[in-house]
Design a protein around this ligand. Structure first.
Ligand code: BDP
Length: 721
């Protein structure tokens, strides 16, 4: 009878868990469901019998909660918190807080791990086998705890552990592009910040946001878009922001804000925002002092100035350095930093748009305060499906630079297309700048290995929104995950990241793991092919940035030339592409040799960037032996065919996947296949008006005429209304 009751209770416990934990995607990669591999389960049940976490901080509480939540779920029986060490105890803590850990003499190893690193190791205490998660700080312990749980979720061996890890960059930050007070960037869904409820009500989602970020090592966030609203610096909003900062703090996440250069005018009632004006200086100092009263560990500001018509120091005949240093001096005494964005361009500057950030910032190398870091997009244009790496990487040895990646899929089909972005980040990080000779990878500049930066960091423009599953598309979660993992370790590969994410998000079973991780890794190239093959760029629909628009000759928001597609593809009857070689805009000159020469020479320029750097004749012989025109058509066609294959693979997985997430992706893939076709057909019929060549054999004929594509409007894409 007793056993029967026990079984019944267990069944009820887990069935209630199942109901609570409907697979709606809310749990992200932290699902902690019962391990379904019997051998692994037996091994874990032997190795883990209880846990303890030493220390009283909120961070240690968070680690304890996570262990409690996860272990019982993963192992399928209550794993108790213990007060004395037994065989199979998992013990988490610093040597300082735990005499047991201290007695294990791990200090040598810990010495190398800094403030955030951790060590996970098997050990013995009084003859009993234990698992130790330790670090120099409580936050290191929390990071180590998440890593340990990742091992379990991935069904890895845990009897021979000797893992030490510390982050490659210091500031691993999300940039939310949300506006105040209403939703902003719809391409990432509506905002999750309920400003109207703050500070009184704290949605439990904020804690889960912090947990998820901590689990991948993200340690900072900016709640709103750059220049969103000056009101963020009023007491009313500072109080709201402080309430969120309190929720995030135990998880190691620091609060930063977007500062608007004109805030002293807008909310300070000053006549000017001139960075050298003494009232402006005093205003920012006071604003910073106030902020630190609300949030003592406030991180600092991110700023976009003098770009896309927005205000900045140049409006007052001052420089970027003047503007950044003003703010740096305001937050500096409190330990804050300024992330000054290098995404600047002006249509009144008569030069190739992509050359402008480099030209504007190079003169200021070494002219910024020590607590300023330049935030540089991965490529010189604007998060296009493919760009070469930004030439500023490696070119400013005396000014710290951090890359900015877009997690949000502004140019990659919003929350509708399945595109795993780790390959975009990896491609940039692994690019060799040659700034200090061969091997000067962007990653090595960014993490300070070959640069001497006092500050390092990585920013990701977030795709987190108010959808129950956070990112709208289930696979959007993988991009959030990938950004965090690469900010922690800029050298891991896309394939490794995909493998981890699929195991935790879906399953360790080969029949699920293999096909999904394979198409994830391929998905970026597939999207490049159906959108912008061979180095084409900025040929999307005007304003919305959704769907093709190679014909765009005027942006409805501003008729400026550098917001048209014609400016970028330059198709004519002779050929297509932007000549950025020494005979053209000479953007290649911004790279170090031999990269410069490689891009400059049509024979050595990588074909995937050909039309970025060269204007190429339609009959140019490609490496495949095809003409450029034929190759372009084939690439477009291939992109469409490959996304159809992904759809097929997904459909075949139906029997082994949960219904809700399966359906989330299935219905989006239908639209993605349709959109890929629209991209391919629209671009081909348009470019054909210049090439005047027939479609090569095997390329599917376009469905409609050019007029149809030019006037087509999407009615079923979230974010389009
Ligand atoms: C581009 C967006 C533009 C942003 C800009 C930025 O289209 O609206 O403001 O990036 O990075 O991708 O500031």
């Amino acid at each position: 009878m007793k056993t029967f009751l026990k079984v019944l209770v267990t069944v009820l416990f887990f069935s209630s868990l199942t109901v609570l934990n409907a697979e709606d995607g809310y749990r992200l990669w932290l699902r902690y469901d019962l391990i379904d591999n019997p051998a692994v389960l037996t091994q874990y049940r032997k190795a883990i019998t209880g846990y303890m976490a030493a220390g009283n901080s909120q961070t240690i509480e968070a680690a304890k909660n996570e262990l409690q939540m996860s272990l019982s779920g993963l192992l399928g029986s209550q794993i108790p918190v213990v007060s004395t060490v037994k065989k199979g105890t998992v013990i988490a803590g610093t040597p300082e807080n735990s005499p047991i850990i201290s007695s294990l003499k791990l200090n040598d190893k810990l010495g190398r791990l800094g403030n955030e690193g951790y060590l996970i190791t098997n050990s013995k205490y009084k003859g009993k086998k234990i698992i130790v998660i330790t670090a120099n700080t409580d936050i290191g312990v929390l990071y180590g705890t998440f890593h340990f749980l990742r091992l379990l979720q991935m069904n890895q061996g845990i009897t021979d552990l000797s893992i030490s890890s510390s982050p490659g960059t210091k500031v691993r930050i999300l940039n939310h592009w949300d506006m105040l007070p209403i939703p902003g960037r719809k391409s990432a869904g509506n905002t999750i910040w309920k400003w109207d409820e703050l500070p009184g009500r704290l949605d439990s989602r904020y804690t889960d946001y912090a947990r998820a970020n901590a689990s991948i090592g993200i340690n900072a966030t900016v709640l709103t878009n750059v220049n969103a609203d000056a009101r963020l610096l009023t007491p009313e909003y500072m109080e709201k922001v402080a309430a969120l900062a309190d929720v995030f703090r135990p998880y190691g996440i620091k609060m930063y804000l977007a500062a608007k250069v004109t805030a002293p005018i807008e909310i300070g009632k000053l006549q000017t925002a001139d960075p050298l004006d003494k009232d402006v200086i005093a205003w920012w100092k006071k604003a910073a002092d106030d902020l630190y009263n609300y949030i003592p560990d406030f991180g600092g500001f991110v700023v976009k100035a003098n770009s896309e018509g927005q205000p900045g120091p140049l409006d007052y005949n001052r420089t970027h350095a003047d503007g950044a240093n003003l703010l740096a001096d305001a937050v500096g005494p409190h330990g804050g930093i300024i992330m000054w964005r290098a995404f600047v361009y002006d249509n009144k500057v008569p030069d190739d748009r992509i050359k402008q950030p480099y030209n504007e910032f190079i003169p200021f190398n070494g002219k910024f305060r020590k607590n300023v870091i330049l935030q540089v997009k991965n490529g010189p244009l604007d998060f296009q499906p493919r760009e070469p790496f930004h030439p500023l990487f490696g070119a400013m040895p005396d000014t710290p630079l951090m890359p900015e990646f877009q997690i949000m899929q502004e140019y990659f089909g919003f929350t509708t297309h399945l595109v795993f972005l780790a390959p975009v980040y990896e491609e940039c990080l692994k690019s060799d700048t040659y700034s200090k000779g061969e091997g000067s990878l962007v990653a090595r500049i960014v993490d300070g290995t070959i640069s001497d930066y006092s500050l390092t960091g990585m920013a990701g423009v977030s795709n987190i929104g108010a959808d129950r599953n956070w990112t709208g598309h289930i696979f959007g979660q993988s991009n959030w995950y990938a950004f965090g993992r690469l900010a922690w370790d800029p050298y891991i590969s896309s394939a490794e990241i995909a493998d981890e994410w699929v195991r935790m998000t879906f399953s360790n079973k080969e029949e699920i793991l293999k096909p999904i991780s394979r198409f994830m890794v391929e998905s970026r190239e597939i999207a490049v092919n159906y959108m912008t093959p061979l180095g084409l760029h900025h040929i999307m629909a005007a304003a919305t940035h959704y769907g093709p628009g190679p014909w765009v000759d005027k942006d409805p928001r501003d008729p400026r030339e550098d917001w048209t597609s014609l400016y970028y593809h330059r198709a004519d009857e002779n050929g297509i592409g932007f000549n950025r070689t020494s005979t053209g805009s000479n953007a290649v000159s911004q790279y170090y040799p031999p990269v410069r020469d490689m891009f400059n020479n049509i024979e050595t320029c990588p074909e995937n960037l050909l039309l970025w750097f060269h204007h190429v004749s339609w009959d140019y012989k490609m490496r495949s032996g095809r003409t450029l025109w034929d190759e372009l058509c084939y690439r477009y066609n291939d992109g469409v065919n490959k996304i159809r294959e992904v759809q097929q693979v997904w459909d075949n997985l139906k029997p082994v996947l949960d219904a809700e997430r399966y359906e989330n992706v299935r219905e989006r893939l239908i639209k993605q296949v349709r959109d890929a076709r629209i991209w391919k057909d629209g671009c081909i019929v348009y470019f054909q008006t210049f090439s005047r060549r027939p479609l090569p054999p095997g390329v599917e004929a376009p469905e409609h005429d050019l007029e149809w594509y030019k006037t087509h409007r999407y009615t079923d894409i979230p974010g389009m209304f």
